[in-house]
Design a protein around this ligand. Structure first.
Ligand SMILES: C[S@@+](CC[C@H](N)C(=O)[O-])C[C@H]1O[C@@H](n2cnc3c(N)ncnc32)[C@H](O)[C@@H]1O
Length: 249
């Protein structure tokens, strides 16, 4: 058996949305009120890095509409909204979208909108000058994630930029690999481990998926997105990468 990542994310959204997004203890539900500013600073840093890279590689690019796929509580939507005319955040969790709307209200940001995600991206009307996603596709099974990649890239304007993030390889020490296997594939394994770890028996987990780089690049090519740059980023046990590309103009 294996769990469906979507239902886990809906649970994260309801139970512990900020910790679901950045899994540091200080961002757990009980502590987020004191640490909210620090949480959003992490997002400002991520987007500053992305925008510098875009400027370095592609120069001055159009900045009317941006898509943030898997937008969570709006951590990256907010800094994108400072740089783009409007931003659409899309998420599988209604509770994440609700929290993101609250955060935009708190920040007085009005040029953003949120939509629910599905595999057809049926609520996501393009075109966009930027399609962006960070630490999201890794949680979605590979075949679905590659199809979603194509649908995002389809919605780019000519000359528009994609910045999509994937996990490529993950090496867990044997004990952690066993825990991951039990949590994600063994009947009742997750419930027993949750109780042993003093969590609710039905607490959600986070599925991690590694994408074959060649298949990602083929999807970019099929969608006419070139000028590719692969920027690796090590995250604890995983080699991940942001892939930058620009649609032919
Ligand atoms: C680790 S969080 C990252 C949130 C945001 N990108 C950030 O960095 O602040 C992953 C997000 O992806 C969302 N997500 C998971 N599966 C999704 C799907 N199939 N479609 C859209 N969003 C999804 C989750 O609900 C969650 O908000």
């Amino acid at each position: 058996m294996s769990f469906v990542s979507d239902s886990d994310w809906r649970k994260w959204g309801r139970a512990d949305p900020y910790f679901g997004v950045v899994s540091f203890d200080e961002f757990k539900a009980a502590r987020i009120a004191d640490n909210r500013d620090r949480f959003f600073q992490t997002g400002r840093r991520e987007i500053a890095v992305v925008m510098e890279e875009i400027a370095r590689r592609f120069g001055d690019v159009p900045r009317e509409r941006a898509l943030d796929f898997g937008s969570g509580v709006g951590r990256l939507v907010l800094p994108l909204a400072e740089r783009y005319g409007s931003v659409l955040g899309v998420d599988i969790s209604e509770a994440m979208n609700a929290e993101a709307r609250l955060n935009c209200g708190r920040a007085g940001v009005a040029n953003v909108d949120f939509a629910m995600s599905d595999d057809e991206l049926s609520g996501v009307a393009g075109p966009f000058d930027l399609v962006h996603s960070y630490i999201v596709l890794q949680h979605i099974p590979v075949e679905r994630g590659l199809a979603l990649t194509a649908r995002m890239l389809e919605r780019l304007v000519p000359g528009g930029v994609a910045v999509l993030h994937y996990s490529l390889e993950r090496t867990l020490p044997p004990a952690r690999a066993m825990v991951y296997f039990l949590k994600h594939h063994a009947p009742l394994g997750r419930n027993v481990l949750n109780l042993l770890q003093r969590r609710r028996w039905d607490a959600p987990a986070m599925q991690m998926n590694n994408y074959p780089l060649a298949r990602i690049l083929r999807v970019f090519e099929q969608q006419g997105v070139g000028d590719i740059a692969i920027v690796p980023e090590w995250q604890e046990t995983a080699l991940t990468a942001r892939i930058y590309g620009r649609k032919a103009g």
